[in-house]
Design a protein around this ligand. Sequence first.
Ligand SMILES: Nc1nc2c(c(=O)[nH]1)N[C@H]1C(S)=C(S)[C@@H](COP(=O)(O)OP(=O)(O)OC[C@H]3O[C@@H](n4cnc5c(=O)[nH]c(N)nc54)[C@H](O)[C@@H]3O)O[C@H]1N2
Ligand SMILES: Nc1nc2c(c(=O)[nH]1)N[C@H]1C(S)=C(S)[C@@H](COP(=O)(O)OP(=O)(O)OC[C@H]3O[C@@H](n4cnc5c(=O)[nH]c(N)nc54)[C@H](O)[C@@H]3O)O[C@H]1N2
Ligand SMILES: [Mo]
Length: 773
Amino acid sequence: MSERPDQETPEEISPEEFTGLKTGGESGSAAGLPAVLMSAKHVFSVMGLQRGMKALLNLNQKGGIDCPGCAWPDPDDKRSPVAEYCENGAKAIAEESTTRKAGPEFFSSNSISELAQLYDHELGKSGRIAQPMYLPEGKQHYEEISWDDAFKVIAEELRGLASPDEAIFYTSGRTSNEAAFLYQLFVREYGTNNMPDCSNMCHESTGVALSETLGIGKGSVKLEDFYETEVIVIMGQNPGTNHPRMLTALQKAKRNGAIIISVNPLFETGLRAFKNPQEIRGLLGMSTDLTDHYLQVRINGDMALLQAIAKVLLEEEEAHPGKVLDHQFIREKTEGSAKYLQHLNTLSMDALVENCGIAEEKIREVVKAIRFKNKMIICWAMGLTQHKNSVDTIKEVVNLLLLKGSIGKSGAGTCPVRGHSNVQGDRTMGIYEKPSDTLLDNLEKVFGISPPREYGYDTVKSIEAMHQGKAKFFMGMGGNFLSATPDTHHTAEAMRKCNLTVHVSTKLNRSHLVHGKKALILPTLGRSDVDYKNGQQQFVSVENSTGVVHSSQGKLKPVSDKLLSEPEIICRMAQAVLPGSKINWAHFNVNYDHIRDAIEKCVPGFDDYNRRVRRGRGFYLPNCAREGNFDTDSGKANFTVSEISPIPLEKEEYLMMTIRSHDQYNTTIYGLNDRYRGIRNERRVVLMNREDMEEAGLENKTVVNLYNNHGGRSRIAHNFIALAYDIPRRMIATYFPEANVLVPHSSTAKYSNCPTSKSVVVRIQASAKQHQA
Ligand SMILES: Nc1nc2c(c(=O)[nH]1)N[C@H]1C(S)=C(S)[C@@H](COP(=O)(O)OP(=O)(O)OC[C@H]3O[C@@H](n4cnc5c(=O)[nH]c(N)nc54)[C@H](O)[C@@H]3O)O[C@H]1N2
Ligand SMILES: Nc1nc2c(c(=O)[nH]1)N[C@H]1C(S)=C(S)[C@@H](COP(=O)(O)OP(=O)(O)OC[C@H]3O[C@@H](n4cnc5c(=O)[nH]c(N)nc54)[C@H](O)[C@@H]3O)O[C@H]1N2
Ligand SMILES: [Mo]
């Protein structure tokens, strides 16, 4: 770690130049009129008035378009007739439904190396990809190709591999249930479980921790639970930007008397206060304060904080016997409490305080506020899942809920807030490198295929397999594998070793520009596009963060008649690759009801799928933890024992979290502003503690390079502007995906193999370069 990297610049994969930072004007509250104006600006500038209105009026309405943004649930009953969406949902729909398109001439006049010089936000502005494109070996320009020929290229490659395990099939979380089911069916008939997905980089740690402790990898709460709860803890999540509609639920919870505790190294605007744009008072600028207790935790200090809270709760229980812990629940519904409580007693409060960075008095104050409350919801997202010890930290979340009996009853439970709008549904459909026996048995029974039983590669293992030449074919059903995964240069080397890389995409992204020897881009219909089969309009279905399955039907005319739906792409690819297939692929492509019939036969919980999904609000999937039944080996919820594992930092080292700005959706960059944080027109910034900057001799806005060395590889990210910010000492923050060059692929979470994107150890060196404001 101590070596400075040699200054030789690795080949540039994306621009590292500045766009012109402006600072100031941090927001004190989220949403309000500015959010409404921003939504309108984004939508109408690229879609026009009529198309824009049509999209917005249908967004998240029953029978309408499911927002392609986040997976936050829609209200079951009352929905705002005009605005059941948020600013960032509006941006997502504008990005997808733009009328701009990248036709064949766009590709013939721009070589791949020219396109690589564009920033991510500029790539997106090229518009919707309007026809299939092929990059033959050795060529510098993508060329138009017919769909039939594209499927032939894929078939030839897949049939030529020595083993099906030389192919990798990635999925991003926008893929509908119908497409996801067909995709995994095709991949398993072809003969591999190499099905990595974005979940591997996202809530994988959650799935592992919750399955082991509560018997189900998903959260247990419904939206209504927020309205009945007494305490909401929000850990490692920035709802104002990433799940803005959650603020409406928090506001309602607050009005019903709930206490909100926010745990985050940054006091994000969306955690402070909310001006509800669906209410006149919100539009007039009146805000609701959200957070009652803000805990500025150190990066990865959450486990220590949770243990400290539990320790103080035990003391409170001693002082007020029977009033603080739910003894009956612990006795009847859980296992392992004795060991857990014993372990808590051995922990040193001082060590916990030092690790989490929050003063003991503050912790005591918070515990005082919640000690007699019985209904608690804990929400979390990437701030908890992307660390080495994430699985154990999330188990510690469960411990706290179990102490309070806060699971399996209304107004209480686990709320891992999912990312992509159907990431949870994709897993339910079997997009997983470790499929369950139940699913494979059912595929065998229903389709007569022999799916492979060995586990496949997850995301990080896929990168390694490509890097080592063990995998030679990569296909992405959506997503942007190159930019989303860790260690950008290492992943680029891996992708370039493939014989063929194939991307089913709506918009151009960097994974199309860092490609295998040959490459295909297959353009697909998005959520908002109408999809007809034999004159009959189709719909697809998705599952939100609370396990509700509902329909989504496109309403807009596609920008080109050469786009195919994801289900059709899979059916036609399957027919080309598997001519002797046992499955009637053409049948699925006639009417998506046929796909749902097949899902009903293979996936538990989907009885009467076609009828129930047609009910406006859809239906809830079974959830044992919600019912207070735990599908674990013991049939009980498990307390677990974990030890904190402080990340050692040498004198000049910092712990870096890579986070999202307000103007991006993962690797899709809508714009260069991060309005709530007061950062505008620039993404190459590093947020630092002011005292750390003084100590390091860095003035505000000095240009620095960030570097590290992990697993034998030196990494450097050039040109970041250091900004003094309210963040704990020795902690820094940068934006994803620009900082992904620094995230070591060899550093992943224990048990879930999730890249540790929120705890990257780096050093900082001033650069000779100056930033011109
Ligand atoms: N508009 C928009 N919406 C999105 C997305 C998007 O990019 N844009 N992405 C979608 C996806 S796929 C996902 S997964 C979600 C992501 O939603 P979030 O998880 O909210 O996204 P991040 O920006 O990664 O933010 C993590 C938060 O965790 C905090 N944090 C970092 N490290 C720690 C830590 O160690 N402890 C604690 N307590 N906090 C920490 C950061 O300060 C930040 O506030 O959002 C989804 N929704
Ligand atoms: N350093 C760091 N890295 C991270 C994270 C982090 O916090 N820090 N977060 C991780 C997380 S939580 C996630 S979920 C991953 C995200 O990883 P991905 O899901 O792979 O990335 P996205 O940026 O969401 O994918 C965007 C692309 O999807 C395509 N697309 C959009 N809509 C559709 C559609 O309807 N159909 C199809 N076929 N394609 C479509 C577009 O071409 C677009 O360019 O990144 C992870 N990477
Ligand atoms: Mo995610």
